[in-house]
Design a protein around this ligand. Structure first.
Ligand code: COA
Length: 352
């Protein structure tokens, strides 16, 4: 039996890179700390007024061009994001309109950093049930609005001045979170591979709301009336809370276990996997997973140094880089693995 495969990819990041040193101007951190503890050297941030559908449309055009098809060939859109342009509607319909294909069904999914293994399973189900033939899958996130500073001109190296003491202290309170995220978008065009044993093979997916407090936005939700209050903003409840060290340990444990179990279910030997395309939240997570699963270093590529954690965009950006650089090719067996807020996590096997 065949499954969906990737016939085109694209990526887009906004503006100029923001190096670690720029963050050290607005809070107590350093390039050395960030690089050693996370592997990150720089990230990108969207401008005010720039949403995930704006970044997504650029990535989507690149993916359509790569696939050699027109936007009108797309008959389903899956848009993965935790930071939509508007509280509602989702960004899928906005993307469809921007691509000039209004009317095409569009589904937003909210698995945060774990979106891609979920999206592959969903896309495969849609194609196998004949609900869709050619799917545009976009993963995009804009975290700039979560960031705990207002001195964007300093962060963007457009101004040089000392930040106010209270602003510096406020940002420092959130430094664990603020240094790891960056903005970006990625797109993939998915279609049935039409090859026996080609394309999507299977996914193992999990979610556990017991651990939702490991990474969540405490305020600005509909448990509160009204859902945004000046008090919530003053208390910085619009900024995600993250239990970093605990999340890091959970990620290593659950991802290693899930990959092992997925391979066992599908009778795939880990040695036969050509490339492990892992979410990039912290280089230490991927190095620990690599050691736990005895994966040779060259089989688990990293690009976190250049982008930070771009949430739903991460796996797509890395996949696009690997394809364009010829580091993954037709016939390769790929294993995608990711964990994100929810908690959600999972892994998927796909033969290109
Ligand atoms: N710069 C400088 N120092 C920092 C810092 C920063 N950006 N962030 C934390 N620190 C300090 C802490 O205050 C603490 O200081 P103390 O020992 O004096 O109390 C020390 O560094 C260690 O803090 P800790 O939080 O234990 O660091 P860590 O090594 O766990 O790194 C994260 C923090 C957030 C980078 C790391 O936990 C992480 O990446 N976790 C997983 C994140 C993740 O997967 N998120 C999900 C995305 S989908």
């Amino acid at each position: 039996m065949s499954g969906v495969t990737i016939i085109g990819t694209g990526r887009h990041v906004p503006g100029a890179p923001v190096p670690n040193d720029a963050l050290a101007r607005v809070m107590d951190t350093s390039d050395e700390w960030i690089q050693t503890r996370t592997g990150i050297k720089q990230r990108y941030f969207a401008r005010d007024g720039q949403g995930v559908s704006d970044l997504g449309v650029e990535a989507a055009k690149m993916a359509l061009d790569d696939a050699g098809i027109e936007a009108s060939d797309i008959d389903y859109i899956i848009f993965a994001t935790m930071t939509p342009d508007y509280f509602f509607p989702g960004s899928g319909p906005l993307l469809g309109a921007k691509l000039g294909i209004p009317g095409v069904p569009a589904l937003d999914i909210r698995q945060q950093c774990a979106a891609m293994p979920y999206a592959f399973q969903l896309a495969n189900g849609l194609v196998q049930s004949h609900a869709a033939e050619t799917i545009l899958l976009v993963g995009a996130d804009v975290h700039a609005g979560f960031m705990p500073w207002t001195d964007w001109d300093i962060v963007r190296s457009e101004a040089e001045r000392e930040v106010a003491r209270d602003a510096y202290e406020r940002a420092t309170k959130h430094r664990g979170l603020a240094i790891i995220f960056g903005d970006g978008a990625a797109a993939m065009v998915l279609r049935d591979s039409q090859t026996p044993d080609g394309g999507f093979i299977g996914a193992e997916l999990h979610s556990d709301g017991n651990s939702f407090d490991h990474l969540f936005v405490p305020g600005c939700g509909f448990r509160s009336i009204p859902y945004v209050t000046p008090e919530a903003l003053l208390a910085d409840e619009h900024i995600p809370h993250m239990l970093g060290p605990s999340l890091l340990k959970k990620a290593v444990r659950t991802l290693s276990k899930t990959v092992r179990s997925l391979c066992e279910t599908h009778g795939v030997s880990q040695d036969d996997i050509d490339c492990f395309i892992a979410h990039q939240a912290n280089e230490r997570i991927n190095q620990a997973v690599r050691q736990a699963l005895h994966i040779p270093p060259e089989k688990i590529p990293s690009n976190i140094a250049r982008y930070g954690n771009t949430s739903a965009a991460t796996i797509g950006i890395l996949t696009d880089e690997l394809r364009r650089d010829g580091n993954i090719r037709e016939g390769d067996l790929l294993c995608f693995l990711a964990l994100g807020a929810g908690l959600n996590w999972g892994a998927a096997l796909l033969r290109l």
